[in-house]
Design a protein around this ligand. Sequence first.
Ligand code: NAD
Length: 334
Amino acid sequence: PVLRVAIMGLGSYGSRVADAMQACVKAKLVGVISGTPSKIKDWQSRFSIPDKNCYNYENFDRIKDNKDIDAVYITTPNALHHDEAIRIAAAGKHVICEKPMALNAKQGQEMIAACKKANVKLLVGYRMHFEAKTLEVIRMRKNGDFGKIMFFQGLCGFRIGDPTQWRLNKELAGGGSLMDIGIYAINGSRYMTGEDPIWVTAQETKTDPVKFKEGVDETIQFQLGFPSGAVASCLSTYNMNYLDRFYLNGEKGFAEMQPSTGYGPIRGRTHKGELTQPHVTHQTVQMEEMAGIILEGKQPVVAVDGEEALKDLKIIDAIYHAVKTGQKVDLKLS
Ligand code: NAD
């Protein structure tokens, strides 16, 4: 069987996913949801999409009656994910949603509940969970190659351009760099250490309050504490290019990746040598694996479901709270 997917929000990432899916065997792009008729036309000719599989934001609830679509992949701005996912679930289709899954934990919980009620899957676009070098480091960590994990460092950022884009609009983005790119350090700290944090501290710095308005963070550094005693030190920013580095250290060894979460190829080494796993387009592997999860009940090495994404949203909520109060915030993720 093939997972037949419609993409909602025909922007830059949706387009990247669509192109990558052309190389998939188990997943196929068959539909679109967009508010822009000219984009729909363009995608129809690019990907041979029939008229009956094209929807807009007013009528997409009718996807319920479309037997030829199994799942909708949401690639719209962050603030729209919540309502869109709930409508897709109500239409009886599986939901694949981009990160961040929602703006906060409360929204995330509502999305999980809606998908459970509709008996559809909710998966989140955590493409690194399927990336070969990342999976090798996780395998080595589980194998004890690094010894007891003591420290993780996650540095994630890029220099953002156009000040009018939705990423710098609190209403649509829900925050700033942390929601968008810092989430890779948050999520990475969990899959690299294999633990969920129990506390967080955080500090914000803003050098350009004109570009980064109230509620839109430019730079946040945060620290996470894990049950084993391991700690993480992370930086999320919208003002530096080429900031894309993970470092994991245990009592016996280390892993270092740079770039660590970009579109690739990922590069890295451990105390045992270079990581040599071949690069495959992340979104191709992700969609192939997600088809396996949805259609065959496959279990990924690192979860990509709503519950997994909810943990990151709880950490994001806690980081913003820690920034605001200056306090150490305790966390209970499960
Ligand atoms: P984008 O601006 O390029 O695309 C967003 C699309 O949503 C546009 O086509 C826009 O027209 C559409 N849209 C629908 N309703 C809208 C509204 N009310 N206001 C504004 N736009 C609306 O953005 P993008 O870079 O493609 O990001 C989309 C989502 O994908 C975000 O949630 C982002 O975090 C995520 N993303 C994930 C990755 C990844 O590697 N996993 C990479 C980039 C983006």
